[in-house]
Design a protein around this ligand. Structure first.
Ligand SMILES: [Zn+2]
Length: 511
């Protein structure tokens, strides 16, 4: 009862202020923030959600059986929290399902050692357990490969150069952003020259080199692209595009196994001594028969007097396959679920509808969010898509996908019109180190499709966290800064609340 009563206060407050809102400076609702902080720090359910998602659900490659199971869990979780309009919304024919069932990898000669490796997605398994000789074949030109013709049949090849371990980063550990760094991020970005890829008429693409290995009868391809001992970075096979996730092409590929740098480099050096390197390897994968639809999962806290206007929050639910991907992006999903749980626990009655989106298909190219934006809001710059009625009813989208680091501020995404509002909403979190407002635009994740069609969408400015980064086999529950993630959920809940109660939609760039 106490909760219900005090939840009404801010509604009344906002209505009284409505007439003056054009000129009044935006202000945070400190009383509501106090209640959000209390719920989010003292009665957090985030550790349990994170543990369940990482320990029980595990990896969630788009359209894999693991992803489907996890999406059923997400629907149940949204029901438990008390969201409404819960939906699993298909967005495109995505491709066949693929999952890894078993890997066994050992160095046998010149010395025994178990090795750590994971297959790349959408590659076939090996034909049972195989004992193979290892050779180096990391040349990039046609002439390099010509020299190897006839020498690779039935072998395991090392096709990437030795992995470079980033010792400086390893030794330094991961430190929070300094005050100086935060102030630096508040200045406009200086664009750095792009690193040019190796070019030349005779330099072959990865897909071309892979085709050569196939032709030569290579048994297994080994690679290492990780900068950290113990870590494997393993994603999709070269040349994979989502619309080409066909069964035939997966089966036509060679088995490709990504190996940790210390194990990979050891083999590479021994081969360099012209000594015999023998491994035993077995990979079993399940490859689906037909193209399946990928889907996003959505749920809402319905609005009241402005129910047709929309405030969104979200994170991508899909992952790569080599770990539970605790940081990327289980942490973002758990933060967003916790943020709406906090608001439901406080029985807030938002004016606008609050909509949570757990995207799919992000890791292969933001497919879930892009298709969602196109279907629900449209694109005023694309006549074929057009502008949907909800385009003008949309207020703002908040996303988390830059690892599990603590929110230290927010990127304005080049939208100066939100500076004053976001600065005000951030003020109650200054004591927690949330102080930076960066005008910069950032990319690579699900706020981008919104931003690209002119809709306000934002990423928070986060501390670095986790020494091995995302997309590795090392991304487990134990690497998560739980207290920082509680902070993030509290901040998102407050931002979403303010956006849902404000007299105005969040202003758009150039308006
Ligand atoms: Zn991610």
């Amino acid at each position: 009862m106490k909760n219900r009563h005090s939840a009404m206060v801010p509604v009344v407050g906002v209505l009284l202020l409505a007439g003056f809102a054009q000129t009044a400076a935006p202000e945070a609702d400190w009383e509501m923030v106090a209640r959000i902080r209390e719920e989010g720090f003292q009665r957090s359910q985030l550790p349990d959600t994170l543990s369940y998602m990482t320990d029980v659900l595990g990896a969630r490659l788009t359209v894999s059986p693991g992803m489907r199971r996890a999406q059923r869990w997400a629907i149940g979780e949204m029901e438990r929290i008390g969201l409404t309009n819960i939906e699993i919304e298909p967005f495109m024919d995505y491709g066949i399902s693929w999952s890894n069932d078993y890997v066994s990898l050992h160095l046998l000669e010149p010395d025994y050692q178990p090795m750590v490796g994971y297959p790349l997605s959408h590659t076939p398994g090996t034909n049972g357990k195989q004992r193979l000789q290892v050779v180096v074949a990391d040349g990039r030109t046609e002439a390099d490969l010509d020299a190897l013709r006839g020498a690779l049949g039935g072998k395991a090849v090392l096709w990437t150069p030795p992995a470079e371990v980033d010792l400086a980063r390893l030794n330094a550990g991961v430190l929070p952003r300094t005050e100086q760094e935060l102030r630096e991020l508040e200045r406009p970005a200086v664009s750095a020259p792009r690193r040019r890829p190796i070019v030349g008429a005779d330099v072959l693409s990865d897909a071309e080199r892979m085709a050569f290995f196939k032709e030569e009868g290579v048994a297994v391809v080994l690679e290492s692209r990780s900068g950290w001992p113990g870590a494997v970075r393993g994603f999709a096979r070269p040349g994979t595009k989502v619309d080409r996730w066909a069964r035939r092409e997966s089966l036509d590929s060679l088995p490709i196994v990504a190996v940790t740098p210390e194990h990979y480099n050891r083999m590479y050096r021994v081969v360099g001594r012209e000594l015999d390197v023998q491994i035993e390897v077995e990979v079993r994968n399940t490859i689906g028969d037909e193209v399946q639809q990928a889907a996003n999962v959505l749920g809402e806290i319905p609005g009241s007097d402005l129910a047709d206007e929309i405030v969104m929050l979200g994170a991508h639910f899909d992952t790569w396959h080599a770990s539970p991907n605790a940081s990327d992006n289980t942490s973002g999903v758990a933060v967003m679920l916790e943020a709406v749980r906090i608001l439901k626990a406080l029985e807030v009655q938002p004016r606008r509808t609050i909509r949570l989106a757990l995207w799919s298909g992000e890791e292969q190219g933001l497919f879930g969010s892009r298709e969602y934006v196109k279907a629900h809001f449209g694109d005023p710059n694309d006549a074929a898509v057009g502008m949907k009625p909800d385009y003008e009813k949309f207020s703002v989208y908040f996303n988390q996908d830059y690892g599990p680091g603590k929110y230290r501020g927010i990127y304005l995404q080049g939208n100066e019109h939100v500076r004053r509002t976001f600065t005000a909403w951030m003020a109650p979190f200054a004591d927690l180190g949330m102080t930076a407002v960066s005008s910069r635009g950032v990319g690579s994740t699900d706020h981008v499709p919104f931003d690209a069609v002119g809709l306000p969408a934002f990423q928070f400015l986060q501390d670095r966290a986790g020494s091995t980064g995302g997309h590795t086999n090392m991304d487990f529950f134990d690497t998560l800064p739980i207290e920082d993630l509680k902070h993030n959920a509290v901040v998102v809940a407050a931002f979403v609340y303010h956006a849902a109660m404000s007299d105005h939609l969040i202003p758009r760039k150039g308006r």
